[in-house]
Ligand binder design. Structure first.
Ligand SMILES: C[S@@+](CC[C@H](N)C(=O)[O-])C[C@H]1O[C@@H](n2cnc3c(N)ncnc32)[C@H](O)[C@@H]1O
Length: 274
């Protein structure tokens, strides 16, 4: 599939996910029942009660992330935050509270239905230090050196051009700015056919980077102080039903996948000089 083909498929899937939330249902990212809902090992129970109680229900229902970047990123009063692939807006709304009225939280998403949902959630939350922008994370519609912190929750793995996303993140960050992202990462080698099946389980249309590759790409984009910290490590058991539905014997592939797919918190910093 070409880069624009992947983007169109991703847009369509997340447009459908947004429509489910508009109908009062939990968002799902896969055609099967593997994702979404309380049994989902990837997106369930990422947020504390203290967090979900301060954002509109629609933002919680639309949550399709694989981590909780705002809990791990150290956001300060007055800072400007940008969420790449903001979906229903949960992380943007939580960031807005953390940076306060003197700060600003931007959400960027390419899917109209998600943007409509996020703007409705903003209206219900009654916050005005938030702005949802339409656009692609490969071409961020913000000027150079304007953002203190880039967050993202399970979106960069969906991009067909990760080098471009990282270069854009670097461009818009201020010198000393932080990259603080939750993403799916693969640790070690996994045969490509098996990798594709597990990635489909994790996120509809995914292309998770291998951990070393992620570090290298961040370094190549100019970032320093790169760190990849696993937050959830997936077992073959978690994907058993989905794999069986795809005609894959989970026991047979267990040695090649067990513990190799994870949600991770990926951090890096734009150098102060240069
Ligand atoms: C897995 S969902 C995550 C949403 C949100 N971060 C969350 O935690 O609930 C992916 C979101 O990223 C958006 N997205 C995916 N690829 C994108 C791209 N290349 N540019 C902009 N948005 C993108 C989709 O429209 C969708 O809303």
């Amino acid at each position: 599939m070409t880069g624009s083909g992947i983007r169109d498929t991703v847009r369509e899937k997340y447009g459908e996910a947004a429509k489910r939330v508009t109908e009062g249902k939990q968002a799902e990212c896969c055609a099967s029942s593997c994702c979404g809902g309380s049994a989902d090992p990837i997106s369930s129970e990422l947020y504390s009660e203290a967090e979900t109680s301060v954002v509109p229900e629609g933002a919680v229902l639309a949550s399709l992330g694989c981590g909780n970047p705002t809990a791990l990123a150290e956001l300060k009063e007055g800072e400007t935050v940008l969420d790449l692939g903001s979906g229903g807006g949960i992380d943007v709304l939580l960031s807005a509270r953390r940076v306060g009225p003197t700060g600003k939280a931007y959400g960027l998403d390419m899917t109209d239905e998600m943007l409509a949902l996020a703007r409705e959630n903003q209206r219900k939350a009654g916050v005005d230090n938030v702005e949802f922008l339409k656009g692609e994370i490969e071409q961020i519609p913000l000027p150079d050196n304007t953002v203190d912190v880039i967050i993202s929750n399970c979106v960069i793995n969906l991009s067909a051009d990760k080098d471009r996303v990282l270069a854009e993140a670097f461009r818009v960050l201020k010198p000393g700015g932080r990259f603080a992202v939750s993403d799916v990462v693969v640790r070690g080698e996994v045969p490509s056919a098996i990798r594709r099946s597990v990635e489909l389980w994790i996120g509809c249309v995914a292309g998770a980077l291998e951990e070393r590759e992620y570090r290298d790409k961040l370094g190549k984009a100019g970032f320093e102080s790169v760190d990849v910290e696993p937050t959830r490590v997936y077992r073959v058991e978690d994907a058993r039903d989905f794999l069986a539905g795809s005609g894959i014997d989970a026991d047979a592939i267990a040695p090649q996948v067990d513990g190799k797919f994870m949600s991770a918190f990926v951090r890096a910093r734009k150098p102060l000089a240069g």
